[in-house]
Design a protein around this ligand. Sequence first.
Ligand code: NAI
Length: 346
Amino acid sequence: AGEGQGQSEGQGQGQGCEGEVKSAGNFKVCVCGGAGGIGQPLSMLMALDPNVKELCVFDLSVAMVPPAGVAADLGHLERKSEVKGYVMEVGQKPIDNLKECLTGCDLVLVPAGMPRKPGMTRDDLFKVNADIAKGIVEACAKFCPDAVLGLVVNPVNSIVPAMAELYKKKGLDPLKIVGVTTLDVVRANKFCGEIMNKNPNYINVPVVGGHAGTTILPLFSQDKVAKLIPEDKIPDLDKHVQDAGTDVVNAKSGKGSATLSMAYAGARLGRSVLAGLMGKKRTECAYVKSDITDLPYFASKVQFGEKGVSKVLPIGELNEYETKRMEEVKAQLKGEIETGLKYAED
Ligand code: NAI
């Protein structure tokens, strides 16, 4: 009954925005888990974004810092954004608490959830984090059904299919659910820059497949600098990108996973989404519902436009190494997608 009621309440708000192209500097953004390790720096970068008019920092009452504190702190930056904090008790449901926070949101970034600890796989995290994501996604479906949802929460490979299917079941657009894989691109660019002694700002390596271990496939052959990397260096570089998250988890000795670089990457994606909503098309890699391969979800270059994802772009040409790796990617990703689809069925 809650859902039915939610749809009708939510739609009034949502339809008001449908079809309109928003002007620069006018966006409402929410960071769910905004007082966490990723959430705080991500909130800061979004508060600094000149296109953000209102930033909502949402987190639980048990968070490291009260979200109202993060909001008060960020509220002193000399930027136009107004920052508000929203808190929820553990055990409560976002759908019962986030009406004001989510209504009118254009973009909801979700780094809420448990990070990986050393020795833990992304799959160990699935059940806990899928339940957290579900609560937030259901609230978004009710209060901001037209918003783009950037899911940072791991395991992205399974959580995105689970949440996109939930959106589909509610009659909403599953392409509003976007898995944030930007950090893989950021790392591929950085590591390639180091090897080639070039500024990574001028490198753009597409990373396709998924967002865990072997499913991360950087296509070095498709960037003008990266394609000059000697062939014998590619397998190690490929592995370096795949393992980069684990390297940070280990370097932080159990005290967190990548937070600062993730916040940077999330804000890069956020900026592109907002540019797209303003009518300035942007291309970023992201993990979304897809028909460019035989798998129903896949990370590839995606064009962001006036309603969010406007095109899922084809993978393009692969060299021999990448073609071989693609088989490995698909074999692994298939099962991880199935985990998500099964969750959505239950
Ligand atoms: P953290 O533990 O520092 O922060 C998570 C925040 O989420 C906490 O403040 C917590 O109170 C909050 N939270 C938990 N349940 C919530 C709920 N129901 N509603 C609202 N907030 C809730 O963790 P960290 O390091 O910020 O990581 C967050 C997530 O991002 C993890 O799942 C991690 O695996 C993932 N991650 C994803 C990356 C990517 O490239 N997509 C990279 C790095 C981490």
